[in-house]
Design a protein around this ligand. Structure first.
Ligand code: SF4
Length: 688
């Protein structure tokens, strides 16, 4: 008899559910789960391709060790674990624990990520990070400073209860079709939809108002709305008095910003800014969707998330149905990765490593004397740290930063300077090819564990099929390595359920999450502080989770620092994610119809510009920046404004690089906007 096993899409942070129909130990097909609270049965292209990875011919099936001449030989699991432990021990002893570094992936389970950061920290280092955090995925962090939690405030389905929705910074319809479903639902119920972006959405049907801003000016536009709300006293004084702090100071500062300036910078007429500000402020329930698909790095720098919090606090659109701020994260477990402490400065439970009492509490729970007291090296800083011989050994779990990240070139060069590199992955990625040891991993259908989606919903994935070639799960490998390094007490777990039980003790918001409870179709939305708690779909219904229980107005004003175009480089080059170009190679391979390898790089050029520089639709063009050039197919369109061109994020990061200076707070590369020239080309597409 075929069995239907509840499954969670392993790709993006929406966390859609479906059922895997299993017959004779194999998944025969996907069945749509009509009562799943996120997707109501619907799956996008990537979700529908979920089975492709399981029997993908390129999967690694045995541990590999690098031999002389840069070739890999198969080795036994025992041999591999012994070599890994011996190298970590030798390097840590000789150079100290901070010579070790750890990179994970926000596609791993909570249990895997929790163990991974625990391994780093019991070994004595905070050098643990998640590369995807540095591609704009941490737009949730500023929410913690304003509201208390680094997370979304309301579930996706609650968008349907909203009367006014502002969507900002997102290739929303294409990249978040399931979230878009709930916006369409709201629209069908009469909500007003305001869409802000520099690139036209694929369909204007979704929005009542489309504000095509100049690239990188989201924050400025939100500030303009705030200015108008303050000037016209459209704010919610009662909410501000009862639930917020810092308003008077903020008001004084905010009033210094003029709407004329906003109009000039954003390109949106002041009258339109006033109109949308009034719509947001006056509706009985307004919500804000914030996304990273475009220009996130620059917008992060400019405090977009902080300004969205200020706007919501100003109008009292928090803590109720149909309100809130919904940042759409990228990977299926980005939220969980942050909650589990996969960060050089954040411990499990979103606790700063400098918080002494929490630090001591975790150390006691882990039965170690203390946790490392020094902040770790973040992923973007690792290349330099390796070159300077500070990092000597690197452990990478299910991430391929050489392929899916803007730091690829720098890192590839740096990796050669390591004494030891361990990579665990599904495929022999470009990063894995550099490793001394490569370990295969289980794919989503072979794994057991929990994931936390973008709305804080924790869902449990049971094992659906037995691991191919008896591949040992990541958690077990970590336990084996840790035991060889002398941490038997800390790493004796028999299964992922046991790891979750430890998470229950260490992270209060996960205390009530058990495998049994979150195996049900709707999982549980954390915080879930007790074993009987039914979860917290809407945050801040009574108070904010800041130390004084008040939402905090924080000043974050726009500072223009975009380069000006020149005669040589007359266009603004912008980047973004599209359904066929995403920035994680390993998972992209799982969805074969949309692998980057099979997709063709394109550049969108406004028809007026194309006419001016004599570029035909579908012709081959060369895009040049100060840092390099790449060839692509021209798409003549009205989607982008004159003077702006757009290319998918991933491939340009492979070749035509922009400057990679880092935002000082987020350590994001400021890559979202640079100046470029476009010329017709006669060569092969994709060549530099
Ligand atoms: S929207 Fe995301 S979670 Fe849902 S099916 Fe598509 S990729 Fe999977």
């Amino acid at each position: 008899m075929p069995r239907e096993i509840p499954s969670i899409c392993a790709y993006c942070a929406e966390g859609c559910g479906f059922s895997s129909l299993v017959e004779q130990g194999k998944i025969a097909s996907i069945e749509y789960t009509k009562d799943h609270p996120v997707n109501k049965g619907g799956l996008c292209l990537k979700g529908n391709a979920a089975l492709d990875v399981i029997t993908h011919p390129d999967r690694i099936l045995s541990p590999l060790v690098k031999e002389e001449g840069n070739t890999f030989q198969e080795t036994s699991w025992d041999e591999a674990v012994n070599t890994i432990a011996a190298n970590f021990k030798k390097i840590a002893k000789k150079h100290g624990p901070d010579s070790l570094a750890f990179l994970t992936s926000s596609h791993c389970t909570n249990e895997e990520i929790y163990l991974f950061q625990k391994l780093a920290r019991v070994l004595g280092t905070n050098n643990i990070d998640c590369p995807s955090f540095h591609e704009g995925n941490l737009n949730i962090v500023d929410l913690a400073a304003s509201l208390g939690h680094a997370s979304t405030t309301n579930p996706l389905s609650d968008l349907a209860n909203s009367k006014c929705i502002i969507i900002s910074g997102s290739n929303f319809l294409e990249n978040h079709p399931i979230a878009a479903y709930w916006v369409f639902e709201a629209k069908a119920r009469g909500a007003t939809i305001i869409y802000i972006d520099h690139r036209l959405p694929p369909s204007l049907l979704i929005c009542d108002h489309f504000l095509q801003i100049n690239p990188g000016t989201h924050s400025m536009l939100i500030e303009g709305m705030i200015t108008h709300i303050l000037e016209k006293n459209l704010f919610n004084q009662q909410f501000i008095s009862e639930h917020t702090s810092g308003f008077e100071t903020y008001k004084k500062d905010a009033r210094k910003q003029s709407l004329k300036f906003t109009e000039k910078i954003s390109g949106i007429p002041a009258a339109k800014i006033k109109e949308v500000a009034e719509l947001y402020a006056s509706s009985s329930a307004s919500s804000l969707i914030n996304c990273n698909d475009f220009s996130s790095q620059y917008d992060y720098h400019n405090g977009t998330t902080t300004n969205l919090s200020n706007l919501a606090l100003l109008c009292g659109h928090l803590g109720r149905e149909g309100t809130g701020i919904i940042p759409l994260l990228e990977h299926n477990n980005t939220q969980g990765s942050y909650d589990m402490g996969a960060s050089p400065s954040i411990l499990p439970g979103q606790v700063n490593f400098k918080d002494e009492s929490q630090n001591k509490k975790i150390a006691k729970g882990w039965k170690v004397n203390k946790l490392p007291s020094k902040g770790g090296i973040s992923f973007p800083e690792m290349s330099k740290a390796i070159k300077r011989k500070k990092i000597k050994a690197l452990y990478i779990m299910e991430s391929s930063p050489l392929e899916d990240n803007v730091y690829g070139d720098q890192l590839k060069h740096a990796l050669k300077g390591l004494e030891f590199l361990l990579v665990q992955d599904l495929f022999l990625t470009e990063t894995a090819k550099q490793a001394d040891i490569v370990l295969p991993v289980n794919c989503w259908a072979e794994k057991i564990g929990s994931y936390t989606n973008t709305e804080r919903r924790v869902q449990w994935q049971s094992r659906i099929i037995n691991p191919l070639n008896k591949i040992i799960p990541n958690w077990q490998v970590m336990c084996d390595v840790a035991k060889k390094l002398g941490f038997k007490k800390q790493f004796t777990f028999n299964n992922p359920e046991a790891i979750l039980k430890e998470i229950n003790k260490v992270i209060p918001a996960y205390t009530g999450i058990s495998a049994n409870r979150v195996s049900r179709t709707d999982g549980l939305i954390m915080p879930c502080p007790t074993p009987k708690h039914s979860g917290t779909p809407i945050l801040y219904t009574e108070h904010f989770d800041t130390p004084d229980g008040l939402g905090k107005f924080n000043t974050a004003f726009y500072t223009k620092k975009v380069e000006k175009t020149t005669q040589r480089f007359p266009y603004f080059l912008t980047f973004g994610k599209t359904p066929t170009f995403h920035n994680n190679v390993t998972v992209s391979k799982e969805t074969s119809p949309s692998t980057p390898a099979s997709a063709e790089l394109f550049v969108e050029i406004n028809s007026k510009d194309a006419k001016k520089i004599h570029i035909q639709d579908q012709s081959e063009v060369k895009i040049s920046t100060k840092a390099g050039s790449i060839k692509a197919t021209a798409c003549i369109t009205e989607k982008v404004l004159p003077g702006v061109v757009f290319v998918p994020f991933l491939l340009l990061s492979d070749s035509g690089r922009t400057s990679c200076s880092l935002d000082p707070r987020a350590k994001f590369p400021e890559l979202n906007e640079t100046i470029c020239q476009i010329k017709e080309s006669g060569g092969n597409k994709g060549e530099q």
